[in-house]
Design a protein around this ligand. Sequence first.
Ligand SMILES: *Cc1c(COP(=O)(O)O)cnc(C)c1O
Length: 330
Amino acid sequence: MVNIPGRIELANLPTKIEKLERLTEELGGPNIFIKRDDQTGSEISGNKIRKLEFSVKEALDQGCNLLITCGGIQSNHARATAAVVAKLGLASCLVLRSDKEEEKIDGNYFLDKVLGAKIKFITSREYKESRMEIMEDLKEQLSKEGYKPYIIPEGASNGIGTFGYFNAMKEIAQQEKEMGIKFDAVVIATGSGGTYGGLFLANKIMNHGAKIYGVNVCDDEEYFKNQIDKVIRESLEYIDEDVELSKDEINILDGYVGKGYALSRPEEIEFIHKLAKLEGVILDPVYTGKGMYGLINEIKKGRFKDNNNILFIHTGGLYGLFPKKDLFSF
Ligand SMILES: *Cc1c(COP(=O)(O)O)cnc(C)c1O
């Protein structure tokens, strides 16, 4: 097997795989399973911790003692980073995107504060155009103050972070053996591409034969094909493996961005509410709610008619639901 970079153990692994019995029955199609990566921990919950296990190992190996990262105001990645920082006794600076005078202290942002993270706000324009430069400037400034900062890019979706989901795919293959089943498709919500990249790369190297689908929650198919291709190429620099890559093999289910990143449509909220009551599983509004809503719609359209078993990975995000409570009707 391929030699991948080392990690520090932070997440509760392996995460469970459960069958969604009533949803499967209702749809009358392939068996739908869910992998509970929302249960990788509580403060650290969600998919980002798998990536941080690798990024933070690299940071510590380089002697760094302060983590700089970025994200939206309700970033699950920023909150997981804040938790890791506190757990390991490091320092942090979270660069969060916000165009408001003042943000309501809620959800992930509330937890960032509780965890003692240092926060710097930038506008969405600054975020889009120059977040990397802003983090580089911070690094320089904090170095002068005596810290050794390490920058983790958005979502830890770079070469090193992507190994988190390389490992997750190996974990899935092991669980398939134990369960005596084979997943034809693995479906996730995609936001910065690292989760997809890791699953895709391991699937390819292991010759597993599953199809990996990403439901994009922002931008479009072309953006994600390029972004994922870039992330995978960065990962390949860490391993000694010849991999032929074609963007055509990257499957993006475009059409479910809705109103835009972190904005919800009533049908998405209704779907989250319905699934919670049907299966006792709560999805998040920014990623998994759109991801699974997309999957279900594609099943109804017949895209997965030749599949027996589909695995949807619940990548977390529950805290992001709290600031959206007013969108629910009870
Ligand atoms: C970040 C995130 C994703 C998307 O993962 P990427 O690797 O950024 O594509 C999916 N679900 C949740 C809950 C997330 O926080």
